[in-house]
Design a protein around this ligand. Structure first.
Ligand code: 5GP
Length: 122
């Protein structure tokens, strides 16, 4: 899938629409999810134009990958989530219900997050 530069996170990166920013550096921007699924629900996105984890892991440079995942850890730590725990995940593609086609990691924290995963119809 080609990268769509009109996706909502591309617009946030260009500051065309606002976000509740919690972190930024040369590699990543992090902000609060607009529809939080946990007391802490943050999104971390790379500055580069990558559709998903599949695209990012295949095409990003070593520096982008290292910088991005260091940022994910820093965001969780800065949110105070490292002590009691957090979950991070990235949805890729149809079966994972990826909505926004710019690679992003969700960070969830602030309560017991329950078991690992459930199927939609279980
Ligand atoms: P996905 O299903 O693609 O992994 O998750 C996309 C996430 O982006 C959802 O949790 C959704 O609430 C969040 N989201 C969608 N549009 C916006 C927006 O304009 N601003 C922010 N902060 N989050 C958004």
């Amino acid at each position: 899938m080609p990268y769509d530069d009109q996706n909502v996170f591309a617009k946030i990166l260009r500051a065309e629409i606002p976000c509740d920013k919690v972190y930024e550096d040369d590699w990543a921007l992090a902000f609060k999810d607009i529809s939080p699924k946990a007391p802490t629900h943050l999104l971390v996105i790379p500055r580069g134009a990558y559709v998903s984890m599949d695209d990012f892991s295949a095409h990003a440079s070593e520096a982008e990958i290292a910088g991005f995942f260091r940022a994910v850890g820093a965001v969780a730590r800065d949110a105070g989530a490292a002590a009691d725990g957090y979950r991070f995940l990235a949805n890729h593609g149809r079966d994972a219900h990826q909505e926004v086609p710019h690679f992003h990691v969700h960070i969830f924290a602030g309560r017991d997050l329950g078991g690992m995963i459930r199927r939609a119809k279980d």
